[in-house]
Design a protein around this ligand. Structure first.
Ligand SMILES: Nc1nc2c(c(=O)[nH]1)N[C@H]1C(S)=C(S)[C@@H](COP(=O)(O)O)O[C@H]1N2
Ligand SMILES: [Mo]
Length: 400
């Protein structure tokens, strides 16, 4: 009888190679020569990656619920910088997962060739859950990157929904993975020296971890300037600068791109204000004749960039009063822009009541640039940029 000697031999001789490395089916021992791979390395990278994914998940879910509020979800109108921070952290932690995920997958990918592929049903289920986790994690990182680069061609699906649904799949698979691996993680995170993988020369485990940390540091410094203004000069990888664009503010959708050039510059423009008091039409001059208020507020785009400007215009709550609602009011805003899901937004009662929530007519005392929403746009505190509707055509007010 021909027996696979190799494994038996292994049992006798104390080789410095863990047995699973030799059990790779089609692959020979030595196919994956790096002595750097170890459970300790994988556990440490996994810890960092888990923290980054966890923060990215929570901040992402917050952003989702602000944009799609259920009855139970409440998001305050202040502090004004809160969403800017949570979404900046969402994109920044998402970007740090690029080197972390790369290093983590490198540290374990020889396991792909484990032979036999599944020893037991439980083993098969565990491997399947890892496949789901890896696929979901790569999908999140890739679609997130494509979205901040505003490159939608490779995404034949609606980014927001796909990114949100996959986030839950990823976090579910991650929790299963951590639960299954907890004994391994515990043992190897607590252990000071790895008995099998002590490299004799070249890169050490600490050196590798240092390189990964440096990689995440460089990526962070080279992108976070899109929202941390003092770092904008070194934001060489950030797709946006806080100060690029007319009036020192980036533009996400131009007036031409939105197809509103004619309507927005038409002298016959009138804002329609609809409420319990009926429908009113207000020209830009009518709006300018109302009490004007100034607020310094950021636009905080879901894509991770943000920029502050000094806005002047009419308080939303003054418009709500004019429309016939004096107490709590809920407001729906509609843009001149047709056929876009970004053409409409809701202001919940807390935002309507906030003195900083404006229908802005000017930036730095100058009429809004067309690309920033002329003749009038919403600007309200602590709110995703996507809800700061430009080229406002209609405001509907109802009692909250
Ligand atoms: N009508 C309309 N308003 C809009 C958008 C849009 O596409 N259409 N984009 C939103 C997004 S995603 C952002 S981040 C802000 C950006 O405002 P800015 O272009 O003036 O900087 O406008 C918001 N308002
Ligand atoms: Mo945005």
């Amino acid at each position: 009888m021909v027996r696979p000697h190799r494994l038996n031999d292994l049992a006798e001789r104390p080789l410095p190679v863990p047995p699973e490395v030799l059990r790779r089916g089609p692959f020979r021992a030595g196919a994956f020569p790096s002595a750097l791979r170890s459970k300790r390395l994988t556990s440490q990278l996994g810890l960092w990656l888990g923290v980054a994914f966890g923060i990215c998940f929570v901040t992402g879910v917050i952003s989702h619920f602000i944009q799609h509020p259920g009855g139970w979800f409440w998001w305050p109108a202040g502090p004004i910088w809160l969403y800017r921070v949570t979404q900046g952290v969402h994109v920044a932690t998402g970007l740090t997962t690029v080197p972390l995920l790369g290093a983590k997958l490198w540290s374990v990918y020889p396991n792909l060739f484990t032979w036999p592929p599944a020893r037991t049903v439980a083993h098969a289920v565990e491997r399947a859950s890892i496949a789901v986790l890896v696929a979901a994690a790569m999908f999140q990182v890739t679609t997130g990157l494509l979205n901040i680069a505003r490159w939608y061609t490779p995404m034949p699906f609606f980014f927001t929904t796909a990114h949100y649904v996959t986030a839950w799949i990823a976090i579910g698979a991650l929790l299963i993975h951590v639960a299954v691996q907890l004994p391994v993680i515990r043992t190897h995170l607590g252990k000071p020296v790895d008995p099998v993988a002590v490299p004799t020369g070249g890169l050490t485990r600490r050196g590798l971890l240092g390189a990964v940390a440096a990689g995440t540091g460089v990526i962070t410094v080279a992108t976070v300037g899109q929202t941390v203004t003092p770092l904008s000069p070194v934001s060489v990888l950030g797709p946006r600068r806080p100060d690029q664009g007319p009036q020192g503010l980036p533009v996400n959708k131009s007036a031409q791109g939105a197809g509103v050039l004619t309507a927005a510059t038409d002298p016959a423009y009138r804002l329609r204000l609809i409420g319990p008091a009926g429908t009113r039409t207000l020209s830009r001059d009518d709006l300018m004749a109302m009490p004007q208020h100034t607020a310094r507020l950021p636009i905080a785009c879901v894509e991770g960039w943000s920029a502050t400007a000094t806005w002047t215009g009419v308080r939303i709550r003054d418009l709500a009063r004019l429309a016939g609602v004096t107490g709590g009011a809920q407001v729906t805003v509609e843009s001149l822009q047709q056929g876009s899901q970004y053409g409409t937004s809701e202001l919940p009662p807390d935002q309507v009541a906030d003195p900083l929530a404006l229908l802005a007519l000017a930036i730095d005392g100058q009429p809004l640039a067309l690309d920033h929403g002329y003749p009038a746009r919403v600007i309200a505190p602590n709110r995703p940029g996507v809800l700061q509707t430009k080229w406002v055509a209609t405001i509907r007010v109802r009692t909250a």
